[in-house]
Design a protein around this ligand. Structure first.
Ligand code: FMN
Length: 541
């Protein structure tokens, strides 16, 4: 043990000055301490009694260099929710708060949600994943029309390994319409489409710095992927884009001076696709990668946190770990702006922390990839798991034993397989004839497409509120939802109609500031009661 580590108490109690009370006496009792701790926007003095050693808190009064007052151990300046993250995040993206409502596929993160967040001086990303390019285009046009030159909104560019043409088309659209932020997700490595978003429009600013037209956020849960986004674009991808005429030689040259993305969102255990990693382990790991990359390349990179954030405590902890900003998902899906049926939102409002489960994912069904969904009130997860088990067991639809096939049609699919296949074949003929040809040549792939029909429809039924298929609703959701429901129980935010993305965000941030202040005071020896670490939701303007 070092000399520095044996004397913390004496150091903490060494007064720096005296403090003379004004209208208000200092507080040493739990109620008084809790009340002062909650007033985060006021400076707080940490004091000890004139003679005793008890540590308390005080506001106002007169901190003096000398005198016969209380002994002043230190003063905490005001704390604002705006200041919890990295200040450069707010400056760069033109926001007041370091907070993002994350993209949710199939337009569940609606244009309305993105507009509400942008106008409240936060960030929101439109959920373009899973939508046809024409729908993405309509949404982008609406956002451009409504938000004009505002810099603080974005659209998801989701990596689609099976549909690279769609990825390319969406990237081209986002660049062409001047979408200020592209949030890249599900990438296992860089592709021409995402690099094109980062590089198109790079130019030299007045001070010789590289200025971006499009800011790319990258959502990652693995350090090897993070490393690629934190590095300058690889020359071979730049060459491909140059050869295609999609970037200019000047842009390619400038690309060598900047990382692909300057904002990296670390996604821990979350709703939807997730590696289920805990934030406490993942964020420090990727922050360390970031430090290394910044040492190598010199340009600052911010790292934000996503996954499991549904309470002020969680948000305070993420900032405490060093997150530059926070991203929420599950809790926004239960908000009025979300593109999900009221029925499904009501189910989300009932969820507890353990009411989630991993289930087969439609987009990567054959690879056995899973995503996190709501378990309570729906049979989707066990039914989807049965489909996967059948897929693994039999080589084709025809090989499924008659009795099992009949049960499958009756209980899960609720339609004859032949009928589903006819519709599925028509869909793929239109969207991607190669996929259809593959299925016709490979009966196992045909089975996968039929089962993926169910998985895809299950999301659609939840979005549309198809009551006849309520037990099949597929609702992506993480444990944050249950934590949020418990936190808001009995308050105005328990009512689905009062859950707006902006109220949810403001309450999470305000509460995080209160908890951060309580924690600060505790570290200085103030006996902070447990209730000072609790923040009850309220209508915040
Ligand atoms: C319904 C739903 C759909 C989602 N769709 C996408 C998506 O299309 N692309 C993406 O990058 N992230 C998607 N996410 C992840 C969120 O953007 C966010 O990162 C995540 O939900 C944060 O974790 P949390 O659910 O614990 O709050 C989705 C999340 C949910 C709940």
């Amino acid at each position: 043990m070092t000399a520095a580590s044996v004397t913390p108490l004496r150091r903490a109690h060494a007064p720096v000055a005296s403090w003379i009370p004004g209208a208000q006496q200092p507080a040493f009792d739990p109620d008084g301490v809790a009340s002062v701790a909650a007033q985060v926007r006021e400076p707080v003095h940490v004091v000890t009694g004139r003679h005793g050693t008890a540590v308390g808190v005080a506001m106002g009064g007169d901190p003096m260099a000398r005198g016969d007052g209380y002994r002043l151990l230190g003063t905490l300046p005001p704390l604002y929710p705006e200041w919890l993250g990295d200040r450069s995040f707010c400056e760069t993206h033109g926001v007041r708060f370091p907070y993002i409502a994350g993209e949710m596929a199939n337009g569940i993160a609606t244009t309305e949600m993105v507009i509400a967040m942008a106008r409240a001086e936060m960030l929101g990303f439109f959920g373009a994943g899973g939508l046809a390019p024409a729908r993405v285009e309509a949404a982008v046009d609406e956002l451009v029309r409504e938000l004009g030159d505002l810099p603080n909104w974005g659209v998801n560019l989701i990596h689609s390994p099976n549909e690279l043409a769609i990825e390319e088309r969406v990237a081209a659209l986002l660049i062409e319409r001047g979408v200020p932020i592209v949030s890249a997700s599900a990438f296992m490595g860089l592709t021409p489409a995402v690099v094109r978003c980062a590089v198109s429009g790079l130019r030299v600013g007045t001070a010789g710095e590289v200025v971006r037209k499009t800011r790319v956020f990258a959502k990652v849960s693995r350090s090897e992927v993070a490393t690629q986004f934190m590095s300058p674009a690889p020359p071979e991808l730049l060459r491909t884009l140059l050869d295609r005429g999609q970037i200019t030689p000047e842009e390619a040259e400038l690309a060598a001076r900047v990382p692909v993305a300057e904002d990296i969102t670390v996604e821990s255990d979350s709703g939807g696709h997730t590696d289920n990693r805990p934030l406490l382990a993942l964020l420090p790991t990727i922050l360390a990668v970031r430090d290394e990359m910044v040492r190598t390349h010199g340009r600052p990179i911010r790292v934000g946190a996503a996954g499991g954030l549904g309470t002020p405590d969680g948000v305070a902890a993420a900032f405490g770990l060093g997150a530059a900003y926070v991203v929420t998902g599950s809790v926004n899906q239960a908000c009025v702006e979300a593109g999900l049926s009221d029925d499904a939102k009501a189910m989300l409002a009932q969820a507890d922390v353990a009411d989630v489960i991993m289930a087969p994912a439609a987009d990567m069904f054959e690879q056995g990839v899973k995503l996190q969904v709501l378990r309570r009130g729906t049979m989707f997860a066990p039914r989807a798991a049965q489909l996967y088990e059948i897929y693994r067991t039999y080589p084709s639809l025809d090989a499924i034993p008659e009795q099992r096939r009949a049960r499958l049609e009756r209980e899960i699919l609720q339609a004859p397989i032949a009928e589903i296949w006819a519709g599925t074949a028509a869909f793929w003929r239109d969207r991607d004839p190669e996929e259809l040809a593959r299925a016709e040549a490979d009966p196992k792939h045909q089975m996968a497409l039929v089962f993926r029909w169910y998985l895809g429809k299950a999301s659609r039924w939840a979005i549309d509120g198809d009551a006849s298929r309520k037990f099949d609703y597929q609702i992506w959701c993480g444990p944050a939802m249950g934590a949020f429901n418990r936190w808001t129980a009995g308050t105005f935010l328990a009512e689905p109609a009062n859950r707006t993305v902006v109220q949810v965000a403001r309450n999470l941030l305000e509460g995080a500031a209160v908890i951060t202040r309580a924690h600060q005071l505790r570290t200085y020896g103030v006996p902070v009661p447990a209730r000072a670490f609790a923040f009850s939701p309220r209508n915040l303007t």
